[in-house]
Each structure stands twice: as C-alpha cells, then as structure tokens.
Design a protein around this ligand. Sequence first.
Ligand SMILES: [Ca+2]
Ligand SMILES: [Ca+2]
Length: 426
Amino acid sequence: MGLRRRAAAALLIGALLVPSAVSAASNDPRFSQQWGLHRVGAEFAWTSATGGGVLIAVIDTGVDLNHEDLKSKLVPGNDFVSGDGDASDEHGHGTLVAGVAAAATNNSKGVASVAPAAQILPVRAINQDGVGEPDDVRQAIDYSVGRAQELGKKLIINLSLDGLNDQGSHPAPVPLPLADPRVDTAIKNAANAGAAVIIAAGNTGQASTSYDADRAGILVVGASDRNDGRWQFSSYGPGLDLIAPGVDVVSTWWSREHGANVYGSASGTSISVPFVAGTASLLMSKGMSNTQAADRILKTARDLGPPGRDNEHGWGLLDTAAALGVQRIEPTQAPTAPSRNSGSQRPRTQATAPAPAPEAPVESPSPLALEESSNPPPELSGEVALSSPEGREPTRAINYGSALLLLLAVAGHILRRFAPGVIGLR
Ligand SMILES: [Ca+2]
Ligand SMILES: [Ca+2]
C-alpha cells in the first residue's frame, strides 16, 4: 500500500520522525474550519501527546469562565486589573487565545485545540479596552509561576501582548516595547524557573518585534496566512523566532453583545502565539524542559523563504506534528508530496474535513464549512474591524449556521486606544 511505502520512506528521512498509526480526528463541529490546526498537524501530534500535566497561563483580558468549550479546562486564576480575583473576560481577546491553545477537544462542541489535555490558568492583566499596565503584567507573570508550583505542573506563559507608547499608539520602530524592565525581568525569571514563555511578535507589519527573545525557553511568534506566507501586519526582524497560523483562526470567543458560548474568528500575531504555546505544552508533557521544548519547536519548524533562519519567517512555520516526531499520514495526500523543507510546499490540509481514520472512535467532523460572503459583514462592537490580509482576500464572513456573522481582526492598528497604558493586545 501507498501508506506503507510512505511510512517506510519517512523512517529513512530521519530517526526522529515516527509515523503515526492513525490521525486522531476530533468530533468538534468546527474542527473542519480550523485550517491552522490542520496546517500544523495537531491531529497527528495528538497520537503522541495531548498536554496533560501542563498549565498554560493566559495572561490577557481574562477568559470566559463559563464557556461551554473552556470551563472544564480552567483552574482558578486571578485578576490583576480589578484585584477581585475574578478572571472573567471583559473584552474577548483572552477567550480567543485560550481556545486555540486548549479548548475542550473531542467533546462534540465548538472547536478543537492544540493541547487538548493541558489546563488553562486565566490571568487578567489587560482591561476591557485592551490596555494594561506593565506592573499588572509583571504581577501576573510572577503569580503564574507560583501557581504552577503550587499545582505541581509545568508552565507555559502565553503573552499575546505588546507595548504601546504614552500616546497609546504602537511604538514601531522603537524596538522591544515588552522590554519594560518590570515585565522583562518577570519574563526572564519565569524562564529561569522553567516556564516556556511565548510572546507575540506584534502587528505593526514593520521590522521590529515586540520582544527579542535572546534567551532559552522564550519564543517570539509572528503570524502566517493560509498560503504559509508572513501575514502582512505581522512584525518581523531579528527578534522573530518563528511564525504560526494567524489569519482567520476560529476559536472560542466572548463579547458582551453576543452572550454565552460564542465562537469567533481572529487574525493577528496574538492568535498565533497559542499555537506555539499548545505545542510547547505537548512537548513538556512528554518530559521536555522549557528550553528543550523551545529548541525542538525551532528545529522542526518548516523552513520558508531563504534557506535557514530569515527575518520574515524566523526559523519557519510551526510544525506541531514534526515537533512531536510524528509523521503525517494523510490518506488524501498525493504520493509525491513535497519534502518538509520545500519552500513552495502548498497546503495539504486546507480547511477541508480530514478523512477520519477507520479505527478512530469518533464521528466524522461535521460538514460545516466556511461560507464566504461577498458583502462586508456588519459592524460589530467597537474594537472589531475588518482586515484584508495581503489585499487578496476580500472581507470574509463566517456563517456558523446561526444568525451570527462574525469577523474579528485582533490587529494592533485597529485597537481602541485610551489612557496611557503601555501594554496592548496583539
Ligand atoms: Ca470542543
Ligand atoms: Ca527560511
């Protein structure tokens, strides 16, 4: 069989690549829409690890604590904005981020996530307007480290944030806005304590990232689009470590207007970070340290653009399956699939429903598909805006079969800006 031949070839390619017996599909109804999850090969990686024993601290706007696809995954967190201990999301951004990393998976609800068995620590450090104070972020990082120690879990810190200057605008070309000394020290202390810290590159579209992770165990992540290119607003430059899917990523969402258990689609480097955070969770659940996991993620990224590391793509596109040493075996894949290092490799797992493996004890994913509207979707809340990545994609609407038409771009240039807080969302 062709399958067997491909498996044999994979063994010759590298000893670290282990063919997976089956692709573990998921019965989550929106699984087929999650192009990013398929692109990084998450369903193959799950045959090796699912992230048990790892805590992902989502330091953000909070998380919808009652969301049907998140609540079983949460451990009690904290709120450093209001100081009331209630980490409920009052913006929506943190709920989007949390869902990509670790939404409940294979539960016949909503979405699947990169790390189905990892737990989420919701930590609110950014206010309802998407702005935060460095000292709140510093406290949130320190708190997360302590919380993971209390719980006896390995820790990933997800920082889908960057800096704003005193006028509230993004500071490009001033580099390293997250390098506020208080935040920077907290990040480094967390890494020294064994946490993997994953940080958004920023959405300025300029050659300056929000942080330069010149230290083991810390990764700076940019956004890739459906063509595996750098999203046009993704910040790049020497500080960039890798890119991960960050355009039209479907996830759990919260908004005051839309009520309970909603889902949305987001674009931005913010939404790329939890793909890497989830992958780090899988690796650390297999016994790797934070530095081993970060190194492994970079070594197994799919090289793009000029050979080797480059400033547009860092070390390349996140490949969760390769990081876990799992060879992708896709029945629908042409036998002459390009090699992993081919820069021109085209997507093999576009947002089509993956064929479930015969022995997988789950139902075939629902045939819900992206429904594109030729008309712009309606205006939603104030911080929601439209993006037109690379000028090629028209405005897009997603019809989930309900009346909701959502398009949410979490891009720095569209955030509302208020008081002179200096940490913003990416
Ligand atoms: Ca789910
Ligand atoms: Ca490259």
